[in-house]
Design a protein. Sequence first.
Length: 394
Amino acid sequence: MEFRQISTKDDYDQAAELATTCFHDSLEDMKNDIKEFSEQYFLGAFEDDQLQAAADGRFFEIFIRNQLFKCVGIAFVMTSPVHRRKGLVNKLMNVLLRKMKDDGYVYSALWPFEHKFYSNFGYASIEKAISYKIKPSNIRKNIQKDESISIKRYEPKKDFNKLNEIAQNAVNKYTRIVGKEDAWKLRSYPQRFKIYLFERGEEPVGYLCFKLKKTGEYQHDMNILDLAYTDIPTKKTMLSFLRNFDSDVKHILINLPYEEEILSYLVDYDTEHKFAAWPAMLRILDIKRSFEGLNYPIDIATTLHLKIEDKIIEENTGIWKITISNGRCVTIKTSEENVSRDKILSISVNKLTQLLAGYDTLSKLLEVEETNIPKEWLEPHLFPNVPCSIMVWF
């Protein structure tokens, strides 16, 4: 079996055929999506020049605790049914993760069909999202549109930069991902999207992205893929706008971090709201950059010690000394002989990813494992729990 970059027209045609087999979508749709992969990591396992498995890595940036990091999204992980259970995806993922780290990426993200499988590669769930299913009429009538805000349909070539500007200034960005224009295609196809821009004069202050699924002769369900807003008046204007769809939309479907306040904007939620089933997963690729890229409380000065074992990225393995002072930190490798054992926190890559992404506090993450947690790590302002949600990539 030969492992190499998918690069020729024949390779791409084979990838589209394999995607059709694995994801049960049309060949035309698969070809349209895969033709954009030339600038990405798109690795294949070939036997006699026939593609048997593939995995794609796509380039983005991601906000972790409101700091921007380089990130690679994983997509189109697929294997021919004839060659499954032979470890081909394992080998491809190992090559991809290694290459991502070497090229300076700090995190990797994915939306898996099977969370347990990807946890073996160090990925961990990072979203605590609630799935809401509401009628447009459930939104309160007294929520007022900000009259200084105009609403218009998104024009791709003209308005794309405004999406990134909104995301970087959004008060609800949490772990929002930003990247190249073709990133939209990862979750769906652009012709299935409707995107509305909200602007105050010349200033872009929000966007709303959704697709419609027909549920009756004249009615649809609206699946909101992403929304971002830079202030609360814009949020209210968005909800007021959504109420306008009362005549042609049966239900609005949306996933939001459970900390995101929305119930107070509703008269009722007479259908359902529940925890989302398939949250995104994230993995730290670079321990040093993940710590040093964050901002810390200016009044905290401390030294932490961390023990990590990373079976894929060897540089992450070892004892780390993390010195925090004046809102920043310096991270270096040290040895066990230089620090007391009771000062060292031993934690998996998976759990550390959840801690830094804000999924939960360290005490909660390690509660079941009963791991010794040095008191220095328990400072509540160092790594507080924060809302966490990744929706559409743009």
